[in-house]
Design a protein around this ligand. Sequence first.
Ligand code: PBG
Length: 343
Amino acid sequence: AMSSGERRDLSRTIDTVTGGTRLRRLRQTDWVRRLVRESDVTASDLIWPIFVREGAGDPEAVASMPGVFRYSVADCVEAARRARDLEIPVVALFPFTGTERRDETGSEALNPDNLVCRATRAIKDAVPEIGILCDVALDPYTSHGHDGLVKDGRILNDETIELLCRQALVQARAGCDIIGPSDMMDGRVACIRAALDGEGLRDTMIMSYAAKYASAFYGPFRDAVGSTGALKGDKRTYQMDMGNTDEALREAAQDIHEGADMIMVKPGLPYLDILARLVDEFRMPTFAYQTSGEYAVIMAAAQNGWIDGDRAMFETMRSFKRAGASGILSYFSPRIAESLQRR
Ligand code: PBG
């Protein structure tokens, strides 16, 4: 053990190297940690993705996403009320589509009375003070599970965009506030913007999936919307290659130039570097999508008692905010907002 003289020397050395500024001073208590915290998550940062299904009756559990359900239109309205009461600004609607409503061209996407449009109208009617985001992409409606039209095994860019524009119009007319093109076709943001403006829908916002990577972390989502069995092949000819960063800057620059009001990075946690770079570069409202697979990973470990689920959930949220996200799309949204209210 050290003598008291040696201990004094040690302390003096520490004071010299730290310049007397001991950083632990600001970590002593909860109140001072809160006082100096640089970023935190609030309910206003959250977007809650909700799965809609046909018919009435109890919510259906999504097996690969414990705690997540497919709701009837009536229950979506209830969910929207709950979101409003929790001060969550936006719900994002995703339809479960059975094989009977899928076809080669995803024609159900253009049906003004499709599930998403009916849910949108019902929510707008009952809970007008909440924002609604709808995906634009054909994958919930195609028999092959791809986001675009397929010909001879290739995804057609321009022909797909023609349909995406019509899908966006159908959704905007139903009352959707934010159109979220998630298809990754080239040039779709400009075309959708022009289509909306052409119909006098100038207030409809666009949040583009600007950097969306071909990821393993979408697995449970495809299960939730009924695409798992349907998908033939993979989405690597349109979603981004995970080795690329500069390309994400080019994708975002194009989408912003084309008229995107907000941009998104997806998935979330494995792509925090991309998020931080886009925020740095463009200073745009930039969102992180904590995907179904990221949710499932945390839930599975928590259910096994291997991690503290609540703490892990908040840790990921703080990571997104620290990296500069304006907000986060997360299946944890209601749980986070509830736990923030209890604090
Ligand atoms: C559809 C779409 C996907 C997700 C959001 N929109 C799946 C995909 O591209 O295959 C994934 C969401 C999630 O995993 O939580 N284009």
